[in-house]
Design a protein. Structure first.
Length: 182
């Protein structure tokens, strides 16, 4: 039986580029790693995209930011923002990333800020995936072992104590040793 530990998960995450240390030392490669993890992409080319984030000027020369899924039908109340780093724009970009969408953005800083704000969520998502993969590979968390051994002991005891006494004794010893380790 292979024991699952936080250290084992962290090592697997390090291989993927998502360890706590790697996340805290973010760089441009981390942005691409997160985009790849979710199947998202961004470009500064105006082509068919799922989300568009860009700066425009009003008739009287003020800058505004557009964040829309359809650049051919912009809703003034919903798609136009005065600030480029508006929490609504960042939230829209994060949703697009998590949903694996393609994003047009003419300000790379918005993508970076969205990903920086997602770090905890990204870490939790990757941690859960790595943990599940290790469990599927036969790893178990230590606290679950004593309970499993108790169930096996009960099954063997129910079948007849004399028939499996040596195995029952070994299981009892293992449970005691694991209980001491806690």
């Amino acid at each position: 039986m292979k024991l699952l530990t936080d250290e084992l998960i962290e090592a697997a995450m390090h291989e993927l580029g998502f360890s706590e240390k790697q996340i805290s030392e973010q760089n441009g490669e981390f942005t691409q790693l997160v985009l790849d993890h979710y199947g998202a992409s961004y470009s500064d080319r105006w082509e068919q995209q799922d989300l568009y984030v860009y700066e425009e000027s009003t008739r009287d020369g003020y800058s505004v930011w557009i964040c829309t899924h359809n650049p051919n039908s912009i809703c003034v109340n919903e798609d136009i923002f005065y600030y480029d780093h508006s929490s609504q724009i960042i939230s829209e970009v994060q949703d697009a990333i998590r949903n694996g969408l393609s994003i047009y953005c003419d300000a790379e800083g918005i993508i970076d800020e969205a990903i920086e704000d997602m770090c905890d969520k990204v870490y939790d998502d990757v941690y859960a995936e790595v943990e599940q993969n290790l469990i599927e590979a036969g790893y178990v968390w230590p606290p679950k072992i004593p309970e499993l051994l108790k169930e096996i002991k009960q099954l063997l005891t129910d079948e007849g104590l004399n028939k499996h006494q040596k195995i029952v004794d070994k299981i009892t010893t293992a449970i005691e040793q694991l209980s001491i380790a806690d």
